[in-house]
Design a protein around this ligand. Structure first.
Ligand code: UDP
Length: 457
C-alpha cells in the first residue's frame, strides 16, 4: 500500500470513503480538504475502478489510497448492477485491510467518514472501535423522502397526484425516480433506501447542504437524530477563499479542456452564454440530442455544451462545424470555472446535486432538465423554493422538444422573469458564502466535529 506522506504519530487521523463515482467523490474530497486544513490527517480511499482513470490530485493536503472494489472500469448506468454486486463483496474486505493497516503502522485513526450509501462501513468502524460518520451526498429533502420510504410511511411506487412528506406536498413528477418507477435499477433502489438501515447508530450524520438552503427539512431531520450540515462542499476559492489554491476538486474521471473553454468564454460578452451539461453519468437518446442541438440553434445564443466522448456520436452530422461561430462543444470542462465566468448567462442542467449546489453557490440561473435519481426533486427546489430557475416542459416520455428548450432559455435570460431569477440567484450566492465563512452554520458544524474528535480518546 502506498504511503505518500509522513503522517505517522499521534496526530488525529480520519479515513474517508466515498462511493467511487464522480458526484460522490467531489464533495467528500472537498470535505476531506476542509478537515486537513484544520489540522487533521486525512486519507481518502478511492477504488480500483475509479483510480485507474483519474487525473492526479493537485492538492497534497490529503493522502489518497487506492483499494480494490473488484473492478477496473468505473460503473456506468448500463453496468451499475453488476458493478455493485462485486463492490459489496470485495470492498468490505479491502476497506477493513486499509483501516487495519493504518492502525497497524501507528496512525491514530479516530473516525471513518463513509458514504451514506455504504452502511456496512459502520460495522468496520465499530470493529476497530473508532467513530463512524455517515456522509449524505444528496440533498436533505431527498434524504427525507428516502427515509420516509425506509420507515414505511411512504409506500413505493409512490402514486400521485400529490405526495406528502412532513411540511410539504409534491407532484409525483417531483419525487426521486427510484421511488416513482420501481424495479428499473434494483441495486440502486436498495442502496438509497438502505442508507437509513443503521444511520441512527452512527456517531455523526453529515449533509452536503447548509441550514439556510433547506431549513425546514434540516429541522425535521434534526428531530430524528443529530444532523450536521457541512456544505456546500465546493472548492474554497469560490466561497470563503480560506483554503489556498483550492480552485478545483482535483480527482476527475475525465480530462477537462480547460484552456479551450476559458479562452472561448473570455471572448464572449457578459451573461451571454448558455452552458449545458448532463453531468458524469446521464446519457440522452440520439433523438433527444438532435432536438437539443436544434433548440440551441433556435435560441441563437452562444453555447458551451459538454458532450462526453461516448455520447459524441449522437450529435447531428456536422453540427460542430456548422455551429462553430456560435458554440463550443467539449468532452469535459472545468465546471466551476465555467459557472464562475462572467460570460455565463444560464446553465441547462440535469440537476445533479453537485451541479445544483455549484450553480446556487455561484449565482447562476438554471434551466432544469432532470433525468433520473434525485434530479427531479432538485429541480423542484430550484424552481419553487429558491426560485433560481425554470424547469423545461417535457412530454409523457420525458422528451424535450426544441421549442420548449428555446423558450426556457429565453425565460431565464431575457425579460422580467429573468431579472427576478438573477436577483434570487445573487441572494443565494451570498447566503452560501455566509454559511461557509468563519462562524457560518456549516463552518460551526465542521469545527464542532473536529473539537469533539480531538477531545475523544
Ligand atoms: N463536472 C465537471 N465538468 C463537466 C461536467 C461536470 O467538472 O464538464 C463536475 C461538476 O462540477 C460536478 C460533477 O462533475 O461536481 C457532477 O456531479 P453532479 O452531482 O452534478 O452529477 P452526476 O455526475 O453525479 O450526475
Amino acid at each position: 500500500m502506498m504511503e505518500s506522506k509522513a503522517n505517522m504519530g499521534s496526530e488525529v487521523h480520519v479515513i474517508v470513503f466515498p462511493y467511487p463515482i464522480q458526484g460522490h467523490i467531489n464533495p467528500m474530497l472537498q470535505f476531506s480538504k476542509q478537515l486537513a486544513s484544520r489540522g487533521l490527517n486525512v486519507t481518502l480511499a478511492t477504488t480500483s475502478s475509479f483510480s485507474s482513470k483519474f487525473h492526479d490530485l493537485k492538492s497534497s493536503s490529503i493522502t489518497i489510497e487506492t483499494i480494490s472494489d473488484g473492478s477496473t472500469e468505473a460503473a456506468t448506468p448500463g453496468t451499475v448492477e453488476e458493478y455493485m454486486k462485486k463492490f459489496d463483496v470485495v470492498a468490505p474486505k479491502s476497506l477493513t485491510q486499509l483501516v487495519e493497516h493504518k492502525i497497524g503502522i501507528g496512525h491514530n485513526v479516530r473516525c471513518l467518514v463513509y458514504d451514506s450509501g455504504i452502511p456496512w462501513a459502520l460495522d468496520i468502524a465499530k470493529k476497530f472501535d473508532i467513530q463512524g460518520a455517515s456522509f449524505f451526498t444528496q440533498s436533505c429533502l431527498v434524504s427525507l423522502i428516502f427515509y420516509q420510504v425506509h420507515q414505511g410511511i411512504l409506500s413505493i411506487p409512490v402514486e400521485g397526484p400529490e405526495i406528502c412528506v412532513p411540511g410539504m406536498t409534491f407532484d409525483a413528477r417531483d419525487v426521486p425516480s427510484f421511488v416513482r418507477r420501481v424495479g428499473l435499477h434494483p441495486s440502486l433502489e436498495k442502496l438509497v433506501i438502505n442508507q437509513f438501515s443503521n444511520c441512527g447508530d452512527a456517531n455523526w450524520r453529515f449533509f452536503n447542504t447548509f441550514d439556510g438552503l433547506e431549513s425546514k427539512v434540516v429541522d425535521w431531520m434534526a428531530s430524528q437524530w443529530a444532523v450536521k450540515t457541512i456544505g456546500p462542499c465546493i472548492p474554497s476559492m469560490y466561497l470563503d477563499k480560506r483554503l489556498e489554491d483550492d480552485k478545483d476538486y482535483g480527482l476527475s474521471l475525465f480530462k477537462a479542456q480547460t484552456d479551450a473553454c476559458i479562452q472561448w468564454l473570455d471572448a464572449r460578452e457578459s451573461a451571454s452564454v448558455v452552458y449545458i451539461s448532463m453531468g458524469s453519468l446521464a446519457s440522452l437518446g440520439g433523438e433527444q440530442m438532435v432536438e437539443i442541438a436544434k433548440g440551441l440553434e433556435k435560441s441563437n445564443k452562444f453555447f458551451l455544451w459538454v458532450v462526453r466522448a461516448l455520447e459524441e456520436s449522437k450529435l447531428p452530422l456536422n453540427f460542430k462545424e456548422k455551429t462553430s461561430n456560435k458554440g463550443l462543444i467539449v468532452n469535459w470542462c472545468p465546471q466551476l470555472e465555467v459557472l464562475a465566468h462572467s460570460a455565463l448567462g444560464c446553465f441547462v442542467t440535469h440537476c445533479g446535486w453537485n451541479s445544483t449546489l455549484e450553480a446556487v453557490s455561484l449565482g447562476v440561473p438554471m434551466v432544469a432538465f432532470p433525468q433520473w435519481t434525485d434530479q427531479p426533486t432538485n429541480a423542484k427546489c430550484i424552481v419553487d423554493f429558491w426560485r433560481t430557475g425554470v424547469r423545461v416542459k417535457v412530454d409523457d416520455q420525458g422528451f424535450l422538444n426544441s421549442d420548449e428548450l428555446e423558450f426556457s432559455i429565453r425565460e431565464v435570460m431575457e425579460g422580467e422573469r429573468a431579472k427576478e431569477i438573477r436577483s434570487n440567484a445573487t441572494k443565494w450566492k451570498q447566503l452560501t458564502k455566509e454559511a461557509m465563512e468563519e462562524g457560518g452554520s456549516s463552518d460551526r458544524n465542521i469545527e464542532e466535529f473536529i473539537a469533539k474528535l480531538l477531545s475523544y480518546s
